[in-house]
Design a protein around this ligand. Structure first.
Ligand code: NAP
Ligand code: GLV
Length: 326
């Protein structure tokens, strides 16, 4: 019997690929950069399984031009790059990797919070530029993290993991999600309207998925509510913040600083005005980038893919409605 053809859109950690080698006819895109949309579409059209990354646009046109496609498995928890409705309409389950990267991403969110609060990138640039001449009573003063108010927007798995870290710093935790979270209440976090979170927080950390509802949720109106000392951290998706409004807020002192793991667009264009600002720390979408976690999510993605090829329910499915229509 011939093996199902599976297209993997980049080289991923070997333990994930190893799970697929025996049972699949594996085609792996070998470059550092993702395949072009046209290549992706052509590969999808010839494949029964796709193992995708968040940088792959999997739209309705691509899905509908792939007659043999039976499963899409994304090596990430966020699936905003995939048209889930189109996949569901075709009866194609979409896998993702919830939970396995929660703690690693929360670690990065807290690292960004600390780095922006204490101006670490500026301080490092200062030392490397040979500007450290003496201990300065007014040098590079930042903000205290301990005892400050942390506002979490999107109190799901990663939001809760960030809240647990904040407890260790004796922070007051306030949050907004569309629903109150019993787990957050158990941590002592206060559920407030979104505008109150923006207005009261010293640090605001974003943890919602990117949806039509959260697109540019942080905009001029939101920045106008924030404290001038506020620090904004984004490890969710770039599109949750309006980047032009962010530039206006940072460059006019409406807020003190931002620390971003994700940007709109991605990668950030080299001529983005955000890159000219000392108070904007940007790293290249490395939230889940530990060896252990990337290995774990590669294996999860492979397991989802294999289940889909076998016609079994995916262990972690982003469009469970697909099973209701069968
Ligand atoms: P999750 O457990 O589903 O949590 C997301 C939370 O957002 C949910 O609890 C949801 O609560 C809330 N939410 C949804 N829509 C909202 C809205 N309109 N306004 C306010 N809150 C809303 O997901 P997760 O595992 O924590 O991951 C969250 C996101 O982080 C992912 O979707 C992904 O985009 C991003 N992420 C980034 C990295 C990285 O490398 N930087 C790594 C992992 C994940 P309600 O339903 O109550 O609103
Ligand atoms: C990373 O951004 C993810 O969604 O897993």
């Amino acid at each position: 019997m011939s093996k199902p053809r599976v297209f993997v859109t980049r080289v991923i950690p070997e333990p994930g690929l190893a799970l697929l080698r025996d049972s699949c006819d594996l085609v792996i895109w070998p470059d550092e950069l993702p395949p072009s949309y046209d290549t992706l579409r052509a590969e999808a059209a010839r494949s029964e399984g796709l193992l995708t990354l968040l940088s792959d646009p999997i739209d309705a046109a691509l899905i509908n031009a792939a007659p043999s496609l039976r499963v899409i498995s994304q090596m990430a928890v966020g699936v905003d790059n995939i048209d889930l409705a189109a996949a569901t309409a075709r009866g194609i389950p979409v896998g993702h990797t919830p939970g396995a990267l929660t703690e690693t991403t929360a670690d990065l969110a807290f690292a960004l919070l600390m780095a922006a609060a204490r101006r670490l990138p500026e301080a490092e640039r200062f030392v490397h530029a040979g500007q450290w001449r003496t201990w300065g009573p007014m040098l590079l003063l930042g903000q205290d993290v301990h005892g400050a108010t942390l506002g979490i927007v999107g109190m799901g798995r990663i939001g809760l993991a960030v809240a647990r870290r904040a407890q260790g710093f004796a922070m007051r935790i306030i949050y907004y999600s569309r629903h109150e979270s019993p787990e957050a209440r158990a941590l002592g976090a206060e559920y407030l309207p979104l505008d109150e979170v923006f207005a009261q927080a010293d640090f605001i950390s974003l943890h919602t998925p990117l949806t039509p509802e959260t697109y540019h949720l942080v905009n001029d109106r939101a920045f106008a509510l924030m404290k001038p000392t506020a620090v904004l951290i984004n490890t969710a998706r770039g599109g949750v913040i309006d980047p032009d409004a962010l530039y206006r807020a940072l460059s006019t002192g409406k807020i003190a600083a931002a620390a971003l793991d994700v940007t709109e667009p991605e990668p950030i264009p080299p001529d983005s005005p955000l890159l000219t600002l000392d108070n904007c720390l940007i790293v290249p979408h490395i939230g889940s980038a530990s060896v252990a976690t990337r290995t774990r999510i590669a294996v999860m993605a492979a397991e989802n893919l294999l289940a889909g090829l076998r016609g079994e329910r995916l262990p972690h499915c982003a469009n469970p409605q697909v099973y209701e229509r069968q």
